[in-house]
Design a protein around this ligand. Structure first.
Ligand code: AMP
Length: 215
């Protein structure tokens, strides 16, 4: 099954994609994670991506499409995968359709998680991630037991550079301009399913499960 988790930054795409990747036994592919890893390792790709990411701008389509082409040709994606943070433009979506069609595959569902903008700013500005294991916390909604320290592995918690309020506002502007058109792109293909994202993680998971069961 090939799924796309669509929605503005901070709606919980990554959290839900992780849950469903485990449940369905398929990989969770986050272009944001792949790019952050490249930045951390200081690779050529990382050096290019860093400038865009710091400002909350999109990394150019041809770079991201190349990353995805390579990733989905790996054997673990044979039975499907969950895309999180990709596609983000109509050009990326059309390229993905083309790549999948080459092996007679297509997107089964696009889960569009909806949350209002002020709630998104609240969520993202309080988000902290573990530098060691990647677990995500929130200063208000799911704080760690010990300030600044991961409950699971004792790693240090940090704030993503692009989770500062002025960058968040720019990411939302870019989302509205570049990514929102994907909603009608996928609606026309009859694969779009809207899910209310303001509820708890468990409730959102249940709603997505219902969608996947009933279609
Ligand atoms: P994310 O973790 O999905 O919020 O992505 C973090 C940043 O990585 C974005 O603000 C972009 O700069 C870049 N990025 C991630 N995915 C894409 C994509 N599909 N297209 C272009 N840029 C992306």
């Amino acid at each position: 099954m090939f799924l796309i988790f669509l929605g503005a930054p901070g709606v919980g795409k990554g959290t839900q994609a992780d849950i469903f990747a485990k449940e369905l036994g398929i990989p969770h592919i986050s272009t944001g994670d792949i790019l952050r890893e490249a930045v951390a390792r200081g690779t050529e790709l990382g050096l290019v991506a860093k400038g865009y990411m710091e400002k909350g701008e999109l990394v150019p389509d041809e770079i991201v499409i190349g990353i995805i082409q390579e990733r989905i040709s790996e054997p673990d994606c044979k039975k499907g995968c969950i895309f999180d943070g990709f596609p983000r433009t109509v050009t990326q979506a059309a390229a993905l359709d083309k790549v999948l069609a080459k092996s007679n595959k297509k997107i089964d569902y696009v889960i569009n998680i909806e949350v209002d903008e002020e709630e998104i700013v609240r969520r993202l500005s309080g988000r902290r991630s573990c530098a060691k294991c990647g677990r995500i916390y929130h200063l208000l909604y799911s704080p760690p037991v010990k300030d600044g320290i991961c409950n699971d592995c004792g790693g240090e918690l940090y704030q993503r550079d692009d989770d500062r309020e002025e960058v968040i506002r720019n990411r939302l502007r870019v989302y509205n301009q570049e990514t929102v058109p994907l909603i009608s792109y996928y609606r026309k293909k009859s694969v779009l399913r809207n899910v209310e994202g303001k509820n708890s993680v468990e409730e959102v998971t249940q709603e997505i499960e219902r969608v996947l069961k009933t279609g």
